[in-house]
Design a protein around this ligand. Structure first.
Ligand code: ATP
Ligand code: MG
Ligand code: MG
Ligand code: MG
Length: 562
């Protein structure tokens, strides 16, 4: 591609609304254009990266025997009613009606559609197993889209679904997908960790997230310092947090409040004398236990997690109950629930027991949440130390907390969807059986963004070769002034293009401008052609990652780059 003809427009200034490096560099490097909140156009550079990530995904999925298909993005409500998720999913599901008043949604994930397809196509054990995937645009009406491609509302996902005859076969498929995911993220040049995770909205009993380790990650990971155990804090903390044990009735509820009975004591846990800084949320966790989680409000609380907690993940029934509970506006500081609810803790309550009694009615449902979701950075560590003195469940060694970006997620779904949607087959004995399912997602844009979080420097992006939009950039120095330079660069471009993906910076710009742009865009290799290099019958080769420069004889260059 000739730069002069390309749609690449870089910017010097940092965009004001971009909080993380990947978002900033993608905007500055001319990769992205925001079309609406959380909705982006992938400009040509980004599109090339996305295609590369997708190609790697396709290869590795196919290597493990999965087959690609493409399902619709607009989905009829009926299927979602069958699975029960039409009412359960919450406001992340974008619903709308067609001209006949029939309900539809934009697909945020496709378990229902694929189960419907497979149940109609498969009737016998002889047809199993099946493993199908697609690469498709999803829509989730995220309450706070941010970080560019990392948390969009519209985003590209690879989602795959497997159907097996029994648990043993499903376990093998899960292992195969685990392998595929490791290969995919390794090939994308990422440092990642597979961690045990909660299954969230998708459901299911067992799952792993693939986390790219990065400071900007929205997820906390508890990682054992001795063995290979690693778990998302959302899951890890479940085991040992402050919990009100009894389930159901309000009487007799007591929290495990190790040594803490007053709000002042609580405040001192958070190293403050100002108890107003301590904020709390009560909710029912996935084990149906009511949990109170405390945070120090002036610390850097992850707003996305906070808003997910308060917004989309709040069960409509809980909303009502919380309102009915009439937790009076009060003193410790409000915890805002964007769906119009505010939970307040009343400063006149002097013991946590009292506090918990207020919050521990059955059906104060903020479902599928746990304290890990509340905590961020130091805040979590505080809760962790206070509450648990967390230890690895496998070897009892200390856990350390690291941050990660969830780029992929694999689930063993079991029979949840095959049961609700009646996806059955006849076994060897002619007996009807439920299919055993798994599902497997990868955020394509998020993977690209995560690669930038791990691979950048002050000058810009440093793409891993496998997913770089171009492998090589040729910069001609003053081509307008020196015809020989222009000619040599043209020839080189022709020659290299047959073997590599080449961006040819043929613009009449100062060499400094070209170098700055090529570094910002992040092309791994730069070939500089100038009067000076040509006088030695050479070009200069620069390695983006290290900045190393080599003079290369023109003739030997091809062999060297290959
Ligand atoms: P998160 O916890 O970050 O909200 P999720 O657990 O809701 O993600 P999954 O349902 O597991 O997401 O979807 C599979 C993959 O899709 C995720 O691992 C992630 O890579 C990607 N993904 C999910 N939501 C988004 C989004 N809003 N923008 C970009 N990618 C996303
Ligand atoms: Mg989500
Ligand atoms: Mg998640
Ligand atoms: Mg997930």
């Amino acid at each position: 591609m000739r730069y002069s003809r390309s749609f690449i427009f870089t910017a010097k200034e940092n965009p004001s609304d971009a909080e993380v490096v990947s978002h900033r560099l993608m905007l500055r490097g001319g990769y992205l254009k925001k079309t609406a909140a959380g909705i982006y156009s992938y400009l040509p550079l980004a599109h090339r990266v996305v295609r590369k990530v997708e190609a790697i995904i396709r290869e590795e999925m196919e290597r493990e025997g999965a087959e690609e298909l493409l399902m619709p993005a607009v989905l009829p409500a009926e299927l979602w009613e069958e699975s029960g998720r039409w009412h359960k999913y919450g406001p992340e599901l974008l619903r709308f009606a067609d001209r006949h008043g029939r309900d539809f949604c934009m697909g945020p994930t496709h378990e229902e559609v694929i189960t419907d397809i497979v149940r109609q196509g498969i009737s016998s054990y002889r047809h199993l197993p099946k493993n199908l995937f697609q690469v498709q645009t999803k829509f989730r009406d995220e309450i706070r889209p941010r970080f560019g491609l990392m948390r969009g509302r519209e985003f590209i996902m690879k989602d795959g679904y497997s159907f097996d005859a029994d648990d043993d076969a499903a376990a093998l498929t899960y292992e195969a997908m685990y392998r595929a995911y490791c290969n995919i993220f390794r090939r994308c040049g990422l440092q990642f960790k597979a961690v045990e995770a909660d299954s969230g909205q998708i459901g299911g009993s067992f799952s792993h997230e693939f986390m790219v380790l990065a400071k900007s990650g929205e997820d906390g990971i508890a990682s054992c310092t001795q063995c290979s155990y690693a778990a998302n804090l959302e899951k890890a903390v479940n085991a040992n947090t402050w919990q009100c044990q009894p389930q159901g009735k309000p009487e007799g509820k007591r929290a495990h409040t190790p040594g803490v009975t007053t709000i002042d004591e609580l405040a001192s846990f958070f190293n403050t004398e100002d108890s107003a800084l301590v904020k709390a949320v009560a909710f029912v966790d996935s084990k149906d236990q009511v949990v109170l989680a405390f945070i120090r409000g002036d610390r850097d609380i992850n707003p996305v997690k906070m808003e997910r907690l308060h917004g989309d993940d709040l069960h409509p029934a809980s909303t009502e109950r919380l309102m009915q509970a009439g937790l009076e506006p009060g003193y410790l500081g409000p915890i805002n629930l964007p769906q119009g609810i505010t939970v307040y803790l009343d400063n006149s309550l002097h013991s946590l027991d009292q506090l918990i009694c207020g919050a521990n009615e059955a059906e104060y449902h903020i479902t599928e949440l746990n304290p890990g979701a509340l905590a961020e950075n130091g805040t979590f560590a505080d809760i962790g130390t206070v509450v648990a003195g967390d230890h690895c469940p496998r070897c009892q060694s200390a856990l350390e907390i690291v941050r990660g970006i969830e780029v992929g997620h694999i689930f063993r779904l079991g029979k949840i969807y095959s049961e609700s949607m009646k996806a059955t087959y006849l076994d060897r004995n002619g007996k009807e059986q439920l299919m055993v399912m798994g599902c497997y997602g990868i955020g394509v844009g998020r993977t690209a963004a995560a690669a930038i979080e791990q691979n950048h420097d002050d000058q810009g992006i440093v793409w891993p070769m496998a997913i770089a939009p171009y492998q090589v950039v040729i910069c001609s120095v003053n081509p307008a002034k020196d015809e020989a330079t222009r000619q040599a660069a043209d020839n080189l471009y022709e020659r290299l293009s047959s073997q590599l993906e080449v961006l040819y910076d043929d613009r009449n710009e100062r060499p400094g401008v070209k170098f700055i742009d090529s570094e910002l865009i992040g092309i791994p290799l730069r070939v500089t052609v100038s009067q000076k290099t040509l006088s030695q019958n050479s070009v200069e080769l620069t390695i983006r990652r290290t900045g190393e420069k080599y003079m290369q004889p023109l003739e030997a260059l091809d062999a060297h780059l290959r």
